[in-house]
Write a protein that binds this ligand. Structure first.
Ligand SMILES: [Zn+2]
Length: 497
């Protein structure tokens, strides 16, 4: 009997070993080849095990049906080399014979990077493009995939000798440009840059901010860009009490920021990464907008990815409070000063708020649902910012400036960071009331869940500032006698800890 068990045990372990080998082989892998002569032609060879009988491209992006337009010479063969018939279906899918499910096969295709020939709603920055200094590819534009549950996907790049490759994934194996990608979402929701660009890592513990700079004018200002990004990163980490923390099972250890030279300032977020076009010769106002975009999107790694929300009714907090901290960070790192801050508050936020079609008639909590989001930028981004200021001022006033919205952000970070839990409106009301020692339910009923205009003028008083709206212009004026406490609150408004 014992012997039988022993031999059974041996067999089982043999099967386990075979199975492990088998799954190791079955791991999907891609080889991506780029060339200097034809930077717009990217060839891809892949080995995939079929989870179902479809090859597909990403569902993400403004026009996902477009991804397949740039895929040419798609060929599928068995591991023995026999050609398999492939039928293209719309919405970027290719149908394979049903009988192949479970089999491994070889896939090859060429990506022609001419996406700029099409007009993309968000601009080309998050899609794919070629510049004299290299090629930008989003994972969405590059990968033809199979299935949904794949893990540990291997991606190897062949690049010209004098090029480098910037990718957010972890390197694996001995080859310079081989990566292991945790899952198909990370494969699609990424940005890649290959070329003669500059790459600068800004590490902070287990988190890495990877800066990618392309274009002569941008590289000439490398030291300035890196210095500013570093100080913004430091400001956020100190404010929140730590690095961004992902939800269980997702990745947040690297955020890439691509800054390519361009005439039009633009930016788009893909996963944890940001692709921007900046004009190094633009005027001051455009430079400020560029930096604002960077600092705002960057703060979402905390307020949006570390702190996650139950639904869109709290978008005023996710977007508006992120704007408030963006301004604070830019003040504290010297990107803007007090005068420019006041200008931005009027030009960018008050004007958009005041002219929002829902101004005075729609609740910010409702403005972000469904199709309304694009129409109510002013209520969510502007109104939300002003509501954030009111909350911060009340907390500061009632604690003799010992506490602020910063403390509440850290409390949220400790409670929600790295967990599956999401934040809802009631939890915000509860925490704001607790930190401000004031029942904020009436404020919410009127100004967040209701449509009454945010009474900024009432709250800036605590910081010794009078606010006026003459000629539909938001203006700040120091009040007559300003106490020490009011002065400290104003400095806190500008981001001082
Ligand atoms: Zn945002």
């Amino acid at each position: 009997m014992n012997q039988l068990f022993n031999s059974f045990g041996r067999k089982v372990s043999l099967y386990i070993i075979l199975f492990l080998n088998f799954t190791a082989i079955a791991q999907d892998s891609y080889v991506v080849t780029l060339s200097e002569e034809d930077p717009d032609l990217v060839t891809v060879e892949a080995r995939l095990r079929l989870e179902d009988s479809l090859l597909r491209m990403s569902n993400f992006g403004p026009i996902p049906g477009n991804w397949a337009k740039y895929i040419h010479n798609l060929k599928v063969t068995t591991t023995e080399g026999a050609t398999i018939a492939v039928k293209f279906e719309d919405s970027a899918k290719w149908k394979l014979p049903e009988s192949l499910k479970g089999n491994q096969l070889n896939l090859s295709y060429t990506l022609k990077v001419e996406h700029e020939k099409t007009k993309w709603p968000g601009g080309i920055d998050g899609v794919a493009f070629v510049r004299p200094w290299g090629v930008m590819l989003s994972g969405r534009s590059l990968f033809v995939m199979n299935g949904y549950d794949k893990e540990k996907i291997k991606v190897r790049f062949n690049i010209p000798e004098n090029w480098k490759l910037s990718a957010p994934w972890k390197k694996t194996g001995s080859s310079m440009h081989t990566y292991e990608v945790p899952n198909l979402i990370e494969l699609q929701e990424t940005l890649l840059f290959a070329g003669t660009h500059r790459e600068v890592d800004i590490p902070s513990g287990d988190f890495n901010l990877k800066f990618i700079l392309g274009g002569e004018g941008i590289i000439a200002q490398e030291a300035l860009y890196v210095e500013r990004a570093k100080s913004v990163l430091e400001y956020y980490i100190e404010l929140m009490g730590g690095n961004p923390v992902p939800r269980p099972g997702s990745e947040l250890s690297t955020a890439m920021v691509l800054i390519n030279q361009g005439e039009q300032i633009d930016g788009e977020v893909i996963g944890n990464h940001l692709s921007m076009f900046l004009d190094p010769n633009a005027d001051m106002q455009n430079q400020v907008i560029g930096w604002f975009m960077f600092a705002h999107e960057f703060f979402h790694l905390w307020n949006g990815k570390t702190l996650r929300f139950s639904d869109t009714t709290t978008d005023w907090f996710k977007e508006g409070v992120s704007n408030y901290y963006t301004l604070k960070a830019m003040n504290q790192t010297g990107i803007v000063n007090e005068e420019i801050t006041k200008m931005v508050l009027n030009n960018l936020f008050y004007q958009r708020y005041r002219n929002d079609p829902g101004y005075g008639s729609m609740a910010p909590a409702e403005a972000a649902s469904g199709f309304d989001k694009d129409n109510h930028w002013g209520l969510i981004y502007g109104g939300g910012l002003f509501a954030g200021i009111c909350i911060d001022m009340e907390i500061r006033k009632n604690s003799d400036n010992e506490l602020s919205l910063d403390d509440m952000m850290r409390a949220l970070y400790n409670e929600y960071g790295g967990s599956e839990k999401t934040i809802d409106q009631d939890r915000l009301i509860e925490l704001i009331s607790e930190f401000s020692k004031t029942d904020f339910t009436p404020f919410f009923d009127k100004h967040i869940l209701g449509s009454e205009i945010i009474p900024l003028e009432k709250y800036t008083h605590y910081a010794g500032m009078e606010v006026s709206y003459e000629n539909d212009k938001l203006e700040f004026r120091p009040a007559g006698d300003i106490s020490e406490k009011e002065k400290r609150i104003w400095r806190g408004f500008l981001g001082e800890n």
